[in-house]
Ligand binder design. Structure first.
Ligand code: XMP
Length: 519
């Protein structure tokens, strides 16, 4: 358990509960999300939070058996903030009334102040323009306040859009302060944290010190193996663990021959030479490429690569004497238990695609120093550890590498052409200062040759597709709106500089319906 001040978020299943945690972390407050089914009076006492937030959720408190908070929570003297369904839970459990009905509000709404309302405490700094823009998403609404509460703000369909019981430090709103569409939502959360006495002690510098102490305590004088992919998560984990235990850490970097131009050298130079981390460079490209020979089905490619990866990793890891731990770059979103209304809490734990199943197979215990972090916090930690910005800001790269950017059969010739074209494309993006605006960009080489003309001669070469998307988490994505000048210049450069390509196309499919990768 962290030594930091803690906040408990009881999750009733809202799609945006994670955003509450994100906002609080941005305000340097440590918080944990727990599904309502798992929260009891005892778990609250054990966690000893300074404050509690009740999230939104899809249920209706008017239904039998709908979710509640432990009744004892309301007698613990803790500040509580109820959001949407959380507000309705508070009213129901504290003696107010909630009704279902025809008062749904979805999307933007405006809250105006109630007569004689307070403008201090959690509502400090609000209503400066006379009303607050908020984002609503509710079917039910509160129709009678619980004793002790007063109304602060009202929207057309929610007479009790903002309410407070200042004496008990209980606050509740019908809308979602955690989303960006509620411009002053962050301020409300900030006010709530101040009222609860948070001092903002969750910083990356303190996290780094804590994490190092924890790793030392867990590992003792044993050895740790870390699979390094060159991606941000495993790199940050490796540098952090190395700082904690030095040469007790050995990294294994499996080079499957499906990396981008210069990538293997970059990883080896950075970790072995710059950081002095013991690193095994497992160059197994021959093995992977020969096994992939003749394979064109995308799923078979992935399965073949995954299987070989585990075999290879195990082979090299077995050479490290006395290793008892395996490091993994598991992140907080991978371990948050999600609320499921059909059959109890379900656990969504993504096993790391590269080493899934390995810990059990090899009898290794896990070291997961990033388990409490969101992706952008991992980047912040990386900066704190001195990893270069150019490395931390790198676009994601899939485990199966270029294999899934080479639709159809993979050949060494195609991979060589693809590497060169990709390097020119990324160079163009960097030169135009667009790299950080784009979530992911790459070239796919198409399994088709087309006719062209260069100089006086006919060409018959491969076509390629450029891909660039913006995204928040890779789940949905929009294609990046390059200018025609940029696209034209890039196409010319690729065709002039990369032998083997004579046609360039730009993929303007969003996700959905497309996926980011071509396979
Ligand atoms: P898609 O293509 O599904 O990709 O829209 C979403 C994100 O996931 C990456 N990706 C993978 N990463 N193993 C990985 O480690 C895979 O098999 C894999 N397939 C896709 C993709 O690069 C994008 O960032």
């Amino acid at each position: 358990m962290t030594q930091h001040q803690r906040l408990l978020i009881i999750d009733f299943g809202s799609q945006v509960t994670q955003l509450i945690a994100r906002r609080l972390r941005e305000l340097n407050v440590y918080c944990e999300i727990h599904p309502f089914q798992k929260v009891t009076e005892q778990t609250i006492r054990d966690m000893a939070p300074r404050a509690v937030i009740l999230s939104g959720g899809p249920a209706s408190v008017t239904e039998d058996g709908s979710p509640r908070a432990p009744q004892a929570l309301f007698d613990m003297g803790l500040p509580i903030f109820g959001i949407c369904y959380g507000q309705q839970v508070m009213m129901t459990q504290l003696g107010g009334r909630v009704e279902s009905g025809h008062h749904a509000e979805f999307g933007r709404a405006y809250v105006t102040p109630a007569e004689g309302h307070r403008t201090d405490g959690i509502f400090a700094g609000l209503f400066e323009t006379g009303r607050e823009e908020v984002w609503m998403s509710h079917g039910d609404r509160v129709t009678a306040l619980a004793p002790g509460f007063e109304v602060i703000g009202t929207s057309p369909n929610a007479p009790y859009a903002m309410i407070a019981d200042e004496a008990r430090r209980f606050y509740a709103v019908q809308f979602h302060p955690e989303v960006h569409h509620t411009p002053n939502g962050r301020r409300m959360l900030e006010n709530f944290l101040r009222i609860a006495g948070f001092t903002g002690d969750w910083t990356m510098a303190s996290y780094r010190d804590d994490a190092i102490a924890k790793i030392r305590a867990q590992v003792g004088d044993k050895r740790v193996i870390c699979g390094l992919s060159g991606g941000v998560d495993s790199s940050v984990a490796a540098v952090l663990i190395h700082e904690a235990i030095g040469d007790q850490l050995t990294c294994v970097f499996v080079d499957h021959g499906l990396l981008r131009q210069g990538e293997a050298e970059e990883v080896v130079t950075m970790f072995r030479d710059n950081y002095n981390i013991p690193l095994i460079h497992a160059d197994e490209s021959e093995l992977f490429l020969s096994e992939l020979d003749g394979v064109s089905d995308p799923e078979t490619k992935r399965k073949t690569i995954g299987r070989l990866f585990i075999d290879v990793f195990q082979k090299y890891a077995n050479q490290i004497d006395g290793a008892e731990f395996l490091a993994q770059g598991t992140l907080y979103p991978d371990v948050i238990e999600s609320v499921s209304f059909s059959g109890g809490p379900s656990v969504t734990i993504k096993s790391h695609h590269n080493v899934g199943g390995l810990p059990e197979k090899m009898g290794l215990k896990l070291v997961e120093p990033l388990r409490e972090l969101f992706k952008d916090e991992v980047r912040a930690l990386g900066r704190e550890l001195g990893l270069p910005d150019s490395f931390i800001g790198r676009h994601p790269f899939p485990g199966p590498g270029l294999a899934i950017r080479c639709p159809g059969e993979i050949t060494r010739e195609k991979l060589d052409i693809l590497r060169k074209a990709d390097a020119v494309y990324i160079d163009q993006i960097r030169k135009h200062g667009l790299y950080d605006d784009i979530w992911q960009a790459f070239v796919a080489i198409l399994p088709v040759k087309t006719v062209g003309v260069m100089g006086d001669g006919r060409t018959y070469d491969y076509a390629c597709a450029l891909r660039a998307v913006t995204s928040v988490d890779g789940m949905t994505a929009d294609y990046y709106p390059f200018t025609h000048e940029f696209l034209g210049e890039t196409a010319t450069r690729i065709i002039n500089e990369v032998k083997g390509i004579n046609r360039v196309t730009y993929d303007i499919t969003s996700k959905p319906p497309g996926t980011i990768e071509w396979e």
